[in-house]
Write a protein that binds this ligand. Structure first.
Ligand code: HDL
Ligand code: ZN
Length: 419
């Protein structure tokens, strides 16, 4: 087997590793994108890129526009304000702004002109089906996992119509309201014909929650069940969330062989006037994750944490529990300096048994920059790590690098899920 380090190779090993990382198709295991069947729910194009909530938060820092004034503007007017504040009045140097430019450049658009009307004109000429193919090809994304909530009034009817799905888009069952707002959700479920009461200790309530989970897991062919959690999430606990997890969600996941994705650290609506951009981050006590992994060895857990300060402990937990698969540099950690720090730490502690990234894209075009930026960082780290192996006498073959990168870009995740 030919080592990638052999002197006879025409291509230096670093360039080979970079080429493999740049070209290996990736399974994007957590996004907020929607398949074409969901119509307008799939966001794409320059104005959706500019009004992405990451840029909204940054624009309010560079503009004295009153909150209510901004929210009264049309999407185009909001995008105009953001373009002026973050791209023209100040260099677009933040990760969210640079990302827009990376995407536009990859699409073949000349950002030097700073011509927003011209950009709008180009996007107006695109057909969504072609644009999906174009973005997935530029991003090297082979499969997209959506975030699918039975509690979303716009999304639910589409599933209930049973429309044909694009097989490149797969579903994950998002259940935040079920666990985090049980009192309110119990009446919603009762209205939909599930015989539940607010008392989660009742057997009938538990069996009906499981019927709800089964119905939706089958309807959407869920690949995993997921929830984001506040920093103070505790398990075990007397909370409705902890009770429902133990008595309904985990038995359901065992029955259907589904991982349960726990995503702790979100402080929702820290600044409600920013709407979707108003969430913050908090340090989580990861003992809850430790207890779940230890107490339920038959369940599989997927976890990403929002606080930088939780990342090392999460790596150590993953070393202790093989039913825990950690993934992604989520949200406020999805910036080059932290992707580098977190990914390097994970490789050093976990080898290849984790999934370094997901895009969390809300706008289709974002997969282009989120993956281009992350691939460069992963490649840089792998070049260094394979070189260190060579210094220890281990000659890695090209086939082994290709195998490793396939694992990092969805293969390890698919094996963990039993897909
Ligand atoms: O809860 C989540 O899944 C988060 O990813 C939020 O949707 C957040 O608003 C986001 O888009 N982060 O990237
Ligand atoms: Zn998300």
């Amino acid at each position: 087997m030919k080592s990638i380090f052999s002197e006879t190779s025409q291509v230096p090993f670093a360039a080979q590793v970079e080429e493999i990382v740049a070209s290996t198709p990736v399974f994007d295991i957590h996004t907020h994108l929607y398949s074409p069947a969901f119509g307008e729910l799939l966001l794409w194009g320059i104005d959706d890129l500019l009004v992405y909530h990451y840029l909204v938060a940054e624009a309010f820092r560079q503009s004295d526009v009153p909150y209510e004034k901004f929210w009264s503007l049309s999407k185009t007017e909001q995008a105009d304000l953001i373009w002026d504040a973050l791209f023209l009045q100040h260099s677009p140097i933040s990760e969210s702004c640079r990302g827009v430019l990376t995407t536009l450049q990859a699409l073949g658009l000349d950002v030097k002109k700073r011509d927003l009307p011209g950009l709008r004109k180009w996007f107006a000429g695109q057909k969504v089906e072609d644009h999906i193919n174009h973005c997935m090809q530029l991003a090297g994304v082979r499969k997209i996992c959506m975030t699918n909530s039975p509690f979303d009034d716009l999304e639910r009817p589409v599933w209930e119509q049973g429309l044909a799905q694009d097989e490149r888009f797969v579903a994950a069952l998002r259940i935040d309201p079920l666990l985090l707002s049980w009192q309110e959700t119990a009446s919603t479920l009762a209205d939909r014909g599930f015989q539940v009461t607010a008392d989660v200790t009742q057997e009938k309530t538990i069996s009906e929650v499981r019927r709800f989970l089964s119905e939706w897991s089958k309807r959407i062919n869920a690949r995993y069940v997921m929830i984001s959690l506040p920093p103070d999430f505790a398990f075990p606990a007397q909370t409705a969330a902890a009770q429902l997890i133990e008595r309904a969600v985990l038995p359901h996941c065992r029955e259907y062989n589904l991982p349960f994705a726990l995503m702790p650290g979100v402080k929702r609506a820290v600044n409600p006037q920013l709407k979707l951009a108003g969430d913050g981050v908090g340090l989580t006590d990861l003992t809850a994750i430790q207890n779940l992994c230890a107490q339920f060895p038959e369940n599989k857990f997927l976890t990403t944490v929002l606080a930088r300060e939780n990342q090392h402990e999460l790596c150590v937990l993953a070393r202790k529990f093989r039913n825990l698969h950690i993934f992604g540099c989520w949200w406020f950690t999805n910036v080059p300096s932290l992707i580098e720090e977190i990914t390097r730490m994970r490789i050093e502690l976990l080898g290849m048994s984790f999934t370094p990234q997901h895009s969390d894209a809300r706008v289709l075009d974002q997969i282009v920059y989120k993956w281009q930026h992350s691939r460069r960082i992963v490649a840089r780290i792998l070049v260094e790590k394979y070189a260190e192996l060579a210094q220890s006498g281990w000659q890695t073959t090209r086939a082994e690098v290709e195998r490793d990168v396939k694992d990092l870009f969805g293969g390890a995740f698919e094996r963990f899920c039993g897909m």
